[in-house]
Design a protein around this ligand. Structure first.
Ligand code: AMP
Ligand code: GLY
Length: 423
């Protein structure tokens, strides 16, 4: 079958790399893709929210399955767009419909879902400009640190964790009255602060059955020792050593099962990935957030550990027979280290030539912000490459990735030298 992967980051390169290995994959396309997806797929110059452009490409290239990488097109209803178009309705789309995608698109919606289905999460309240006075009183009655979340999508920047009350009130006013995060902060969720260690859990579902993918941990801060600004992700490891069998069972019974059951009870059709951002508080798992897609850079460690023909798994989701699939997971530890542009996550330059890539054709060097320019490959984003390796433990895996990275270069290259330091 012909397959289209929507998106152009490290997650999408990894998905293309994996899907291309499938015996059922005929032609593979990526939109818009990057210089890495171009190695295993045909890039189409179409943006992820250009549904008409995607429709044309699907019809022109006889595409039978579309795998949606990022959240934006899902929250904007790409799956519904396909279902509602007679020319597209038979094309498989991996990713939930608009209503269920609201689990990522609105924090308040996700919190209400968790409350309704008894899924453990931080206590919270929601406020708008009309209830700002109540919001301030709520902050006065809460304990520091204060967690303020813009309700809508804010490109990963909409969560503020603030120590002092006066600043928290000021930020609340800016979010609600001055559109600090645009329309995304016209509603704000204020949440109890949870102290613990975070991990990412990915679930595949066809709406009825589900399969849990290997757990992963990502490293979000730019600086070593988890310091400095938040980024899109500087590295990841899978599996997560502190997830014991007992803790995994708790995640399954207290969180995953009620989530899938909740989708069914609420009549939310869901074919795709559920990304549950978890935090381990004491010995208990709690949900920090839902995303309706795979994580990046977690994908770069989770997907390579799956031994199954991945397109066959996606087809099973589409055909609602995921119950027939058994996952086979590589027991080796996977680590990925993300090389970023100098200056990122603040201002950085693009267009730097990347050297050394040709030395690593056999390695899992996944491209994120890269672009083909003539005969060379240049940087085109903040996160540039994610280098994945396997090892008998995370130290060996990470070491292998550093070895590979030592032979890759571009002006300003930066990566954390301590991925996995806390495990
Ligand atoms: P989110 O966009 O909801 O994932 O939040 C971004 C980050 O903020 C999370 O990955 C956590 O590190 C942190 N965070 C969010 N909610 C809480 C909370 N209730 N307590 C502590 N940290 C939080
Ligand atoms: N790595 C976190 C995310 O993809 O949102």
């Amino acid at each position: 079958m012909n397959v289209l992967v929507i998106g152009g980051g490290g997650r999408e390169h990894t998905l293309c790399w994996k899907i291309k290995q499938s015996k059922d994959c005929n032609q593979l396309f990526a939109a818009p893709g990057n210089a890495g997806t171009a190695l295993c797929a045909t890039n189409l110059p179409i943006e992820v929210n250009d549904f008409e452009g995607i429709k044309n490409a699907v019809l022109t290239n006889s595409i039978q399955m579309v795998v949606v990488g990022p959240e934006d097109p899902l929250v904007n209803g790409i799956h519904d767009f396909f279902l509602n178009d007679p020319q597209l309705s038979s094309v498989g789309v991996i990713g939930p419909q608009k209503e269920a995608a609201t689990l990522e698109g609105s924090k308040a919606y996700a919190k209400e879902f968790m409350m309704r289905h008894n899924i453990p999460t931080a206590a919270y309240a929601e406020f708008t400009s009309e209830t700002i006075t109540e919001g301030e009183v709520f902050l006065e009655q809460s304990n520091s640190p204060y967690v303020l979340k813009a309700d809508g999508l804010a490109a990963g920047k909409g969560v503020l964790i603030i120590e002092d009350l006066a600043t928290a009130k000021k930020e609340l006013r800016e979010m609600l009255l001055e559109s600090k995060f645009g329309a995304a902060s016209s509603k704000v969720v204020i949440e109890e602060f949870l102290a613990g260690i975070e991990l990412s859990c990915f679930v595949l579902t066809d709406g009825t059955s589900y399969l849990t993918l290997p757990m992963a941990k990502d490293y979000k801060r730019i600086g070593e020792g988890d310091t400095g600004l938040n980024t899109g992700g500087m590295g990841a490891i899978s599996p997560v050593p502190f997830v014991t069998k007992e803790f995994k069972d708790k995640i399954e019974t207290q969180i995953i099962k009620p989530t899938i059951e909740g989708l069914k009870k609420d009549r939310l059709p869901y074919k795709g990935f559920v990304f549950i951002g978890l935090i381990k508080v004491g010995n208990e798992p709690k949900v920090i957030e839902y995303n309706v897609r795979l994580g990046d850079p977690e994908t770069e460690v989770v997907i390579p550990r799956i031994k199954n023909d991945f397109l066959a798994v996606l087809q099973a989701i589409n055909d609602e027979r995921l119950n027939e699939v058994e996952l086979e997971i590589d027991s080796a530890v996977a680590a990925t280290v993300v090389a970023v542009s100098g200056g990122y996550p603040e201002g950085y330059e693009k267009g730097k030539i990347i050297t050394g890539l040709e030395l690593h054709k056999e390695k899992m060097v996944f491209h994120a912000g890269t672009k083909q320019k003539g005969t060379s490959i240049e940087t085109s984003g903040g996160r540039v490459l994610a280098v994945t390796s396997f090892g008998k433990d995370h130290r060996h895996a990470v070491k292998e990735s550093y070895e590979t990275l030592s032979k890759i270069d571009f002006q300003g290259i930066n990566y954390r030298k301590d991925i996995g330091f806390d495990l």
